[in-house]
Design a protein around this ligand. Structure first.
Ligand SMILES: Cc1ncc(COP(=O)(O)O)c(C=O)c1O
Length: 374
């Protein structure tokens, strides 16, 4: 049993081979088709496919006008990519505490951390479970801030009946190999504003307006560069893999929900486990399934001996030297780091395996408690 899984649809190999045989490898009609499918079937606003979740985040910061001296709020509970892109813009990452019960950014601490220099709030939907978006957007409006959602884990998630990818100024998805929808590597930026979308389309390809820059008689495109651009576009063979993997994606999300419910129902009665909170007004994409326990090491070891991997996945990123070392006063983050653990949830996990995992965890606590008593 693996902790992560890479799902490749059976039709993917021939779809990718078609692109290779065509010799048109770069960004073309399949990238457009991939974007269209995500817009039409998943409610994602103005999608722009790029070559990673990290570049989607960087492009969002550039479009938000983040520059040297600006402060960007983000939770410490994330992957380093969320913080590195802030440094790439020479801006200052300001780490915000999380909610102990879900690992998402704390609204109260956002309010405490806003200064005159704050420009952006980055909300990371940890494990695919949506942050408190109404509250975040309200604070952003009051202080004239831009909201960027790091939805690397959250394709297919919903908040108050709205798709993640349709709510705030920018949403960034990742299609890296172990995400629940993969293009090998890849990402997507969703833009609320149609005008910003037009800029973003140019900026993912050097800043050149591909549509309105036909070649001159001399053979080179005629264009002017008015904005700094990047080489961030997705390729057609990656998009072919993405399109293939969208087949049955909704059913696979449903499967993840089923596995998640088996875990929730099976583990709820165990006193030593504090399940992550799941409010009824939002739907997780269930990329991860996590909870809190004490004495994690013996638990990890016990499951490992039964062939069940478990992982913290990521712990606070502010600890890394590049970010300046641990931010003081992130009390929930500290508690979260000390007790969070995740068990396998992906498309290759069967209902039987999920029940086996639940039974094994019950057995672990039963044995532990009888040893303690005995
Ligand atoms: C929360 C988070 N943000 C951003 C990223 C970066 O995505 P990518 O690897 O596609 O660049 C990842 C992980 O890969 C992630 O887990």
């Amino acid at each position: 049993m693996n902790f992560f899984n890479t799902y490749i649809d059976p039709s993917a190999a021939s779809k990718v081979a078609e692109v290779l045989n065509s010799t048109f490898l770069s960004e073309g009609k399949l990238v457009k088709e991939f974007e269209n499918q995500l817009a039409q079937n998943y409610g994602i606003l103005n999608p722009i496919a790029v070559n990673s979740g990290t570049t989607a985040l960087h492009l969002a910061l550039v479009l938000a006008g983040v520059e040297e001296g600006d402060e960007v709020l983000l939770p410490a509970q994330t992957f380093v990519a969320t913080g590195l892109v802030i440094l790439q813009q020479k801006a200052t990452p300001v780490f915000v505490d999380v909610n102990y019960l879900d690992g998402n950014i704390s609204i109260e601490d956002i309010k405490r951390k806003i200064t005159k220099k704050t420009k952006v709030i980055i909300a990371v939907h940890w494990a695919g479970y949506p942050c408190d978006m109404d509250e975040i957007c309200k604070i952003a409006k009051e202080h004239n801030l831009v909201v960027i959602e790091d939805a690397a884990h959250a394709l297919g998630a919903e908040y108050m009946g709205r798709a993640i990818g349709s709510i705030s100024d920018f949403t960034c998805f990742s299609f890296q190999a172990i995400k629940h929808l993969t293009t090998g590597d890849g990402g997507l930026l969703a833009c609320q504003s149609a005008e910003t979308y037009r800029d973003a389309i140019k900026m993912r390809w050097f800043g050149i307006d591909r549509v309105n820059s036909s070649p001159s008689i001399l053979g080179e495109r005629i264009y002017n560069l008015d904005k700094l651009g990047f080489k961030y576009h997705m390729n057609d063979y990656e998009a072919a893999l993405g399109i293939a993997n969208l087949i049955g994606f909704k059913n696979r999300l449903q499967h993840l929900q089923e596995i998640s419910e088996i875990y929730e129902n099976g583990l709820r009665s165990i006193d030593e486990i504090t399940l992550f909170e799941r409010k009824i007004d939002r739907k997780s994409s269930n990329w991860l399934f996590g909870f809190h326990i004490n004495d994690r090491l013996s638990f990890i070891e016990y499951l490992k001996n039964l062939g069940i991997p478990s992982s913290v996945v990521h712990q606070r990123i502010d600890k890394y030297k590049v970010f300046g070392g641990e931010t003081k006063g992130l009390t929930n983050q500290e508690k979260f780091d000390n007790s969070q653990i995740h068990i396998p949830i992906h498309n290759a996990i069967t209902v039987e395996q999920a029940n086996f995992i639940v039974d094994s965890i019950k057995k672990y606590f039963h044995e532990k408690n009888s040893n303690f008593r005995g």
